[in-house]
Design a protein around this ligand. Structure first.
Ligand SMILES: Nc1ncnc2c1ncn2[C@@H]1O[C@H](COP(=O)(O)OP(=O)(O)OP(=O)(O)O)[C@@H](O)[C@H]1O
Ligand SMILES: [Mg+2]
Length: 367
């Protein structure tokens, strides 16, 4: 899949600009604070319907504008695709694919897919479990629309149950609702856990292979951790459900006492180790970066295997802290699909990739 053209109006610091991309490597260069990351963000929004850094649509609008338009034209699944998003301050956004209105970001996403790697992704190795769950959720949602729907339902049930647990003592009339939320939370957890476990099962060997190549033989291992009563999380959701209900029943009193939801897919994690040591505690800076990048490159391969095409690869500021050998490793590995890579002007990346150079200056893009 490829995006050939994009147009941005009123998006962050882009007041009105059009860019044409290479179907291979695009090097986005420019001084600090000119709009390089904003351009990657726009591409990411056009692929997935959501931003990787804004908490609301309002943040995406230029400070002085009340409306923004993002548009991309390209090809995926051997079909021409035109995707457009209109954002309006204080109003619902409008999204279309080939001229047809899409009601939700979920329905909109899917024409294009993207894998992003940015400096914050080091948190995948170093940070808390929430970031790793987000990684799984983002990857699997792009592979399976059914997962995205289950995740949406799961979040609704989780929020509902959390609210009831919190307020039940003051409002005992809420208690009967709890049973319904328990059931829904367990059902949706079973779906999420099953797909996450399968995803990690296919990601782990791919990731280990890339990491070993990148680090001259280090052993990277993944294990998916979930509700204790589940022995094999890859089993079908219908078989996981009784195990989850069992855990839920055993923790009912503790939940009421602590007012916290103790059973569900919201506590899952990926345990990552390098040469047998827990990465979160023991990985060095270089190992952290290599492992995080290996996860993203593995995601790219899994996506290709599942859907037959490479998603777009968006690399924000990944090269700046790597030595030349590691930079070369990345630059040699990223062929295959369309790539967008940002770097500061002084890096001689463009020449080394042979890619098209786009220079960003104060919200305009020059070739
Ligand atoms: N909603 C917005 N409206 C207008 N300008 C914005 C908005 N959001 C961010 N900006 C501005 O856009 C500019 C460019 O941001 P961006 O993150 O794309 O920079 P960059 O080129 O990636 O820089 P760096 O090399 O430092 O990472 C910043 O000066 C920022 O203040
Ligand atoms: Mg940036």
């Amino acid at each position: 899949m490829y995006i050939d053209i994009t147009e941005l109006q009123g998006f962050r610091n882009y007041t009105g600009t059009k860019a044409e991309f290479s179907r291979e490597i695009n090097v986005i260069t420019g001084r600090n604070a000119q709009g390089k990351t904003n351009l990657l963000e726009a591409i990411y929004v056009l692929c997935t319907g959501k931003s990787f850094r804004a908490r609301s649509d309002g943040e995406l609008l230029s400070f002085s504008e009340d409306e923004a338009r993002l548009y991309a034209h390209g090809e995926s699944g051997e079909r021409e695709r035109r995707v457009e998003i209109i954002l309006r301050r204080g109003r619902r956004r409008e999204m279309t694919v080939n001229g047809v209105r899409q009601k939700t970001a979920q329905a909109f996403a899917g024409s294009f897919a993207a894998v992003l790697f940015c400096p914050e992704d080091l948190e995948l190795i170093r940070g808390g479990a929430a970031g790793r769950r987000r990684f799984m959720d983002n990857c699997i949602s792009q592979l399976r629309p059914r997962y995205a729907a289950a995740l949406y339902e799961f979040n609704k049930a989780y929020e509902g149950k959390t609210r009831i647990l919190r307020d039940m003592e003051e409002k005992p009339s809420l208690a009967p609702l709890l049973e319904e939320y328990d059931q829904q939370l367990a059902r949706m957890s079973a779906e999420l856990i099953h797909y996450r476990a399968l995803f990690i099962e296919s990601l782990a060997p791919e990731c280990a292979r890339i990491h070993a190549e990148f680090s001259c033989g280090e052993k990277l291992e993944f294990s998916y951790s979930t509700i204790k009563t589940i022995d094999d999380p890859t089993r079908p959701a219908s078989e996981l459900l009784p195990r989850i209900l069992e855990h839920q029943a055993a923790h009912k009193q503790a939940e009421t006492a602590s007012r916290v939801c103790l059973t569900g897919a919201h506590k899952d994690d990926i345990e990552i180790s390098i040469n047998g040591a827990r990465a979160r505690s023991f990985a060095s800076q270089g190992q952290t970066r290599t492992a995080a990048l290996s996860m993203k490159l593995a995601e790219l391969e899994i996506h290709k295997r599942a859907l037959g095409e490479y998603p777009l690869l968006l690399l924000d500021d990944v090269l700046s802290e790597l030595d030349a050998t590691r930079q070369d490793f990345i630059l040699n590995r990223i062929g295959g699909g369309q790539v967008f890579i940002t770097c500061c002007e002084d890096e001689k990346i463009a020449a080394r990739t042979g890619g098209r150079v786009l220079t960003v200056e104060n919200g305009s893009i020059g070739n």
